[in-house]
Design a protein around this ligand. Structure first.
Ligand SMILES: Nc1ncnc2c1ncn2[C@@H]1O[C@H](COP(=O)(O)OP(=O)(O)O)[C@@H](O)[C@H]1O
Ligand SMILES: [Mg+2]
Length: 240
């Protein structure tokens, strides 16, 4: 049941970017993940060059099997695409959704890009069913608080997931960066790595591909490659 959920209490912290680029990095390592766009805003769907489709909704409703629901993107990353209709699941039963997610991740590595916050049922279900949760943190004063909210939500839901913090948009020239990351670690957050701030990241999104494809030699691509095996390690026992 390898389900990787990318979660945060906050929007704009790099969740979707992490989901897309981790999928690209896992593919380079020989895996074939399915990106589940669980955000009705559909940013991951858009970033992979798709517009809108109900494949994530169908899969979460248990209506189609995974092969029927998956669309292949330009880069080859398999995608369960989002549409605004995903809000229909907002009040669905968390345990039922968690069971569907477990079933989806029975044979495939699923990477779920979640909306911000913990209200949508699909977010709580993904936190509950996840094998591993990656929490992107921007080196900003409130980052540690926002990461802690994920730990609290996971505990409240009874999730057994391994929770890893991933520093993103890191600017080593800023004194604050070191201070925030040190605080995060002192607070017991398991920091799995750091992705530098790079203009290649938003540029890659414009092209509908990952930064690993768009700028393979960039520092950001290298950082995603560096961190991917460590994240996989927490999932691999389960990845075939
Ligand atoms: N390493 C990075 N360098 C530069 N910009 C980044 C980086 N990671 C994310 N971003 C930018 O930050 C913004 C928010 O990222 P996004 O992944 O959409 O966050 P979320 O899914 O948490 O709302 C986007 O404009 C994205 O391009
Ligand atoms: Mg997002």
């Amino acid at each position: 049941m390898p389900l990787l959920a990318i979660a945060s209490g906050k929007g704009g912290v790099g969740k979707t970017t992490c989901a897309v680029n981790l999928c690209a990095a896992f593919r380079e390592l020989g895996h074939d993940p399915v990106l589940l766009d669980a955000d009705s805003g559909g940013d991951a769907t858009w970033l992979l060059g798709f517009r809108s489709a109900d494949t994530a909704l169908d899969a979460l409703r248990g209506r189609k099997d995974l092969t029927a629901a998956v669309s292949s993107t330009t880069e080859g990353i398999r995608l369960l695409a989002s549409s605004p209709r995903l809000i229909e699941l907002e009040t669905a039963d968390v345990n039922v959704l968690a069971e569907r997610l477990r079933r989806l991740s029975d044979r495939d590595l699923i990477v779920a890009d979640l909306p911000p916050g913990f209200s949508p049922a699909v977010t709580r279900a993904a936190i509950l069913a996840a094998t591993t949760i990656v929490v992107p943190i921007i080196p900003e004063p409130l980052a540690e608080r926002h990461a802690r909210h994920v730990l609290d939500a996971a505990e409240a839901l009874g999730s057994t997931a391994t929770i890893l913090a991933l520093a993103v948009m890191v600017d080593k020239r800023r004194v604050l960066t070191g201070a925030v990351l040190a605080t995060a670690q002192e607070g017991g957050l398991d920091l799995v790595g750091a992705i530098p701030r790079s203009v290649a990241v938003p540029e890659s999104g414009n092209e509908g591909v990952s930064v690993l494809r768009y700028a393979p030699a960039s520092a950001a691509a290298a950082a995603y490659r560096d961190v991917a095996p460590r994240i996989l390690q927490t999932l691999t026992a389960l990845v075939r």
